[in-house]
Design a protein around this ligand. Sequence first.
Ligand SMILES: [Ca+2]
Ligand SMILES: [Ca+2]
Length: 203
Amino acid sequence: MFRKNAKAEQGFTLIEMIGVLAIISILAAIIAPKIFEAIANSKISSLAEGIATVRTSVTSYYKDTGNFPTQWSDGNSTSQNQMMVKNPTALRGWNGPYLDKALVNPINPNGYLRTQQGSWTFDIDGDGTNDYGTGTSHATVSMVWFNQLSADQAKQLSNIIDSDGDNTTGNNAWYNAGRARTSNSADPGTSTNVTMFVFLGSR
Ligand SMILES: [Ca+2]
Ligand SMILES: [Ca+2]
């Protein structure tokens, strides 16, 4: 009995330790990127879920008030731009709150994640002609505006919303077509701060 324990107490030899450390580093090298990838993917999914929640809330807001919320954002908010959370202007028909609290951009808490009644163009079907707005003249729409995405994250999000991640050139390219588009309708290349708009509705 004692002999057995005495052997165990000798612990690992240096060679064994080096072997164990080598195995641990190999496993870490294989697993770590997968973990980071999984975290990045979950942030994109959570952003997509946040946008879906905002869409439902904006629909209710519009049904009640006949208007889209003018602006609602996390950070730098005034009472005027939290109209989904509270009704500072006693807007007729307002029956919220439509959101419990300001949403935080899951990609970067310092970034924007806001809904607003904005002026922009959207080519939803990607045929090269704007479905909202004409030429360069913008239409008044309800949309979600967010930033601080990497080009890859922006593409993933567009793919979740529009299934257009494989369209990389032309009018129906993911960055300028569909409900999710980049702010300048251009291929973001390797940018690490892409701003995107997601169309919610139009009057
Ligand atoms: Ca179109
Ligand atoms: Ca798109």
